[in-house]
Design a protein around this ligand. Structure first.
Ligand code: UT7
Length: 332
């Protein structure tokens, strides 16, 4: 049977850096609160007319393709994870398909928010294992700075989330060495409304009304504290699950790449699993939570800095809206 491996990574973040001090000037918050509660110091915000989810994805993909020594023509399938596509429909995958000289290949959008990249990677892995495709482009990209309100009402989200894109080329491999060992996907839809953006949706005859806007129902909603608690439990469970599935122990992990939701969540998971600092990668300090993009951005930074190298055991894990949670274990 075939296996798959990640052969190229790339990322793009918009040029505009927004610091906690910048946010202090816009609404009632403080650098001390944001740093203490989330670890975030700054994030990137897109520039209208320049950055879109699909063109940021294309910039990340261009670098990933170069690193994999492939051209867009070599790609057999696109999987695009995002909660913030350019349009309600069609999806971001087809918009990426026209950004670069790809063939007329399939393009699939994934809508599992923070776990989007791992879900997409899992799908890529399955398509390659069955022999259907050889080279798949997996992208996670978000423009979120225009979803929330820069106000005290919107501050839960405004301090945590940012914009950015990451991409990975996933290729068929026959070798026993570097490969994706397994992926594990979960959901618990009973918590769908605890982290959501409800409107505009298809439940109402009038998808958007002035009343919905004045009530703030067009803004994302989150029970932060509850999400936090579930996240710590599910992260630990799903990391254990992928280790057990492959007969490894926690000390075998060379690098854990947690979805960047909150530095305190990452630290709590790290403490629970008793992992040393050098085995857990975090960059939320610089970019905030870029949802589907956090993991490929982390992986891209890690491989560029050679902090992850061939032979390492790398664990990816994520938790988010849905609730969904997921992990992947990779022999790099
Ligand atoms: O990627 C997955 C999606 N999201 C997550 O994983 C997020 C998970 N949750 C979290 O990261 C945390 O729950 C937050 C960072 C969102 C909040 O931290 P917390 O420690 O759970 O704070 P809290 O919501 O319990 O709020 C504590 C206080 C409240 O004031 P009172 O009621 O104690 O007087 C809030 O009104 O902090 C206040 N507050 C703020 N103050 C300054 C809430 N947001 C802010 C803010 N700036 N941005």
């Amino acid at each position: 049977m075939h296996s798959s491996k990640i052969t190229g990574l790339g990322f793009y973040v918009p040029k505009t850096i927004v610091t906690n001090q910048d946010l202090e000037k816009m609404f009632d918050t403080s650098d001390a609160w944001i740093t203490e509660r989330s670890g975030i110091k700054e994030r990137r915000f897109f520039t209208e007319g320049k950055d879109t989810v699909s063109n940021m994805g294309a910039r990340a993909a261009t670098i990933a393709l170069e690193n994999a020594k492939l051209t867009p023509k070599d790609i057999d399938f696109i999987i695009f994870a995002t909660l913030s596509p350019d349009y309600n429909f069609p999806g971001a995958g087809v918009l990426l398909q026209r950004e670069l000289p790809f063939r007329e290949i399939g393009a699939l959008d994934i809508r599992t928010q923070c776990t989007g990249f791992i879900y997409a990677l899992s799908i890529a892995d399955q398509f390659i294992k069955t022999g259907m495709y050889q080279n798949i482009l997996v992208v996670g990209a978000e423009v979120q700075s225009n979803i929330f309100e820069m106000s005290t009402r919107g501050r839960d989200f405004a301090v945590l989330f940012g914009d950015g894109a990451g991409a990975a080329v996933v290729q068929r491999t026959k070798g026993e060495g570097s490969k994706i060992l397994s992926t594990h996907l979960h959901s618990e839809g009973k918590y769908a409304e605890d982290l959501m953006l409800e409107h505009p949706g298809s439940k109402l005859k009038n998808r958007m009304t002035p009343q919905l806007i004045s009530e703030g129902k067009h803004l994302p909603f989150m029970r932060g504290n509850m999400v936090f608690k579930h996240a710590v439990t599910r992260f630990s469970e799903v990391i254990d699950e992928c280790l057990q599935a492959n007969n490894y122990k926690i000390e075998d992990i060379d690098m854990l790449v947690p979805h960047q939701a909150n530095l305190r969540i990452s630290k709590a998971v790290q403490d629970k699993l008793n992992l040393p600092d050098e085995k857990v990668y975090n960059n939320i300090q610089k970019y905030g939570n870029t949802t589907a993009a956090t993991i490929p951005i982390c992986l891209s930074e890690l491989t560029t800095a050679k902090q992850v190298k061939e032979g390492d055991l790398v664990c990816l894990a994520a938790f988010g809206s849905g609730f969904t949670w997921a992990s992947a274990l990779i022999r790099w």
